[in-house]
Design a protein around this ligand. Structure first.
Ligand SMILES: *[C@@H]1O[C@H](CO)[C@@H](O)[C@H](O)[C@H]1NC(C)=O
Ligand SMILES: *[C@@H]1O[C@H](CO)[C@@H](O)[C@H](O)[C@H]1NC(C)=O
Ligand SMILES: *[C@@H]1O[C@H](CO)[C@@H](O)[C@H](O)[C@H]1NC(C)=O
Length: 514
């Protein structure tokens, strides 16, 4: 039992809670700035001059995303959301107001996430952020360059440039680790081998992609290839943003990694989920990818919306572990047993029976669907595997509850950077120590809260839409470096086309006119 170690680490950590990086930078900058600034006080309500505003949404001209967003932190200010106002305006080429939709997510601790969607090419975007009718920080922010909607197909920069303008972090360790196994890829040799090995239509769903001159081509293998909508969507999206190198690769549409260590050779295949016994090159899960692409769109649950829709005050959350999900893993049944044995610690039930249908009598009845946001009425969450790693982990982390994570051979693209006892509490695969770890958390509420906050900060620094895009830019960029064969579109591939491009890639035209 390493609860003692846990306490020790938490004690050390207490002094160094992970701070959101961008915010620290801004604060330093702000300190310098505030020397020149005559502060206006807000009476007893706090110091609006300490407001920090940062985020990719302030650089909408070169950070193009489906939903732009930025953060506003108002320390010590008893904020009433009706006192807080954001107006975002811009104009079209014809000098008409352009269509922009924005919304504010209130994190209820004086911190807001502002999101906005740009529906057409805009210029002179002006972002005003006001508290009690006064501009705060450096508001209004004016973007005097062309801002494209995310639908525009106007790639101008190559990936290395994009990585810089997006402020992407260095190559994530998972990519380095994966590509160590594939220092050079000659597809003329590998391609037939991959197809021969994995063309098993009933059990494998795999797509072969070629990117040539920023156009996407593919051929899929398998009976169920509907999930190619996710890989298509992200590839089309990055191709709209960056000039991609010519590339060839395979994407595994299934959950289980394919290039397992029991096979005679290693195959460079991109997968949503990794495992310690396979060589697949990991990318963000389709769930997280989709939530980045459909932010302020079709998807309700995303890494930002969670933060504005949950009970955000730790002390108001109930000190229990809450879990809902389907029966996709035997250990989940153990969880149901534990929850019955210790109802004062665990509230868990299954929402669907599929894998263990015969045992519904024992582990049922299945419970009603409950909104994911309601999970955070509780302090403790469990990231327990289903068929593979639980794709909800990023959402659990960002919700600000304490995440307990059973040991597992499966992992997502960011686990390499996630640290036990710092960002989450590890538990045994069979959950045999879950009870005592929950009791530890109940008895050490401050320590538990710190780990929960660290987990949330980690998510805000590594798992938001900007980071998901950065990860894809990096993966494609690094793949480009190791592919040694000539990239050509094969005869039986089909073009995955962009939506009709209604955008005039203005800047280029203007430059040409000059
Ligand atoms: C408010 O909570 C968020 C997480 O929800 C955190 O990142 C932020 O730093 C907090 N802001 C303040 C002003 O305490
Ligand atoms: C759950 O408890 C029942 C009754 O004690 C036991 O028979 C069953 O094996 C347990 N299930 C699991 C998955 O451990
Ligand atoms: C478990 O949680 C659900 C949903 O919040 C609630 O309706 C139910 O009463 C809880 N069960 C127990 C035993 O607390």
């Amino acid at each position: 039992m390493d609860v003692k170690r846990l306490i020790l680490i938490v004690k050390v950590l207490k002094k160094s809670i992970e701070m959101p990086k961008a915010r620290v930078k801004f604060k330093l900058f702000y300190t310098v700035l505030s020397l020149l600034y005559v502060p206006t006080t807000f009476g007893t309500t706090g110091n609006p001059e300490n407001v920090s505003i940062w985020g990719p949404g302030l650089e909408a001209h070169h950070i193009i995303m489906p939903a732009r967003y930025f953060f506003v932190d108002v320390p010590d200010y008893k904020v009433q959301s009706d006192n807080f106002e954001v107006v975002i305006q811009g104009e079209t080429a014809l000098k008409k107001p352009c269509r922009i939709w924005s919304n504010i997510l209130d994190r209820k601790n004086g911190s807001f996430i502002v999101r906005y969607k740009v529906y057409e090419t805009c210029s002179n975007i002006k972002i005003s952020v006001k508290l009690g009718n006064k501009h705060v920080a450096k508001s209004p922010y004016v973007i005097d360059q062309i801002v494209y909607s995310d639908d525009c197909f106007c790639p101008k920069k190559d990936i290395p440039e994009i990585l810089k303008t997006w402020h992407c972090e260095a190559i994530p360790p998972q990519i380095t680790k994966n590509l160590k196994e594939f220092q050079t890829i000659d597809w003329d040799i590998e391609r037939p081998k991959v197809i021969k090995q994995f063309n098993q239509p009933t059990s494998v769903s795999l797509c072969h992609y070629v990117i040539k001159n920023n156009e996407i081509y593919r051929k899929c293998y398998g009976k169920y290839v509907g999930f190619n909508m996710f890989s298509d969507a992200i590839l089309l999206s990055v191709a709209r943003k960056a000039k991609l190198p010519d590339l060839e690769f395979f994407v595994n549409l299934g959950d289980w990694p394919l290039s397992t260590k029991n096979l005679k050779e290693k195959y460079p295949i991109l997968s949503w989920c990794g495992s310690t016994d396979s060589y697949d090159i990991i990318m963000p899960t389709y769930e997280l990818t989709e939530s980045a692409l459909e932010n302020m769109g079709r998807v309700m649950l995303d890494m930002l919306s969670v933060q504005g829709n949950v009970e955000n005050i730790w002390d108001k959350r109930e000190s229990k572990l809450f879990w809902r999900g389907r029966d996709s893993n035997r250990h989940r049944l153990e969880l149901i047993n534990l929850s019955r044995k210790y109802p004062e610690l665990i509230n868990a039930s299954l929402t669907n029976f599929f894998f263990y249908r015969d045992e519904e009598i024992v582990y049922g009845p299945k419970s009603e669907h409950i909104s994911f946001f309601k999970f955070f009425d509780y302090k403790y969450q469990l990231a327990i595997d289903g068929t593979v790693a639980p794709y909800r982990t990023p959402f659990l982390l960002v919700g600000g509850s304490l995440v307990f994570k059973p040991h597992s051979k499966y992992f997502e693209y960011f686990y390499e950077q996630l640290e036990p006892h710092i960002h989450y509490v590890p538990v045994k695969t069979d959950l045999s120590d879950l009870k005592e770890k929950i009791i530890w958390a109940k008895d050490h509420d401050q320590e538990a809260k710190i780990i929960a906050q660290n987990g949330q900060n980690f998510a805000n620094n590594h798992l938001l839409p900007e980071h998901v895009f950065c990860y894809y830019f990096h993966v494609l960029n690094e793949l480009g470096k190791v592919i040694k064969s000539e990239v050509r579109v094969l005869e039986d591939m089909e073009l995955v086309s962009q939506k009709k491009n209604v955008c005039n890639c203005l800047e280029d035209n203007i430059k040409q006119e000059l």
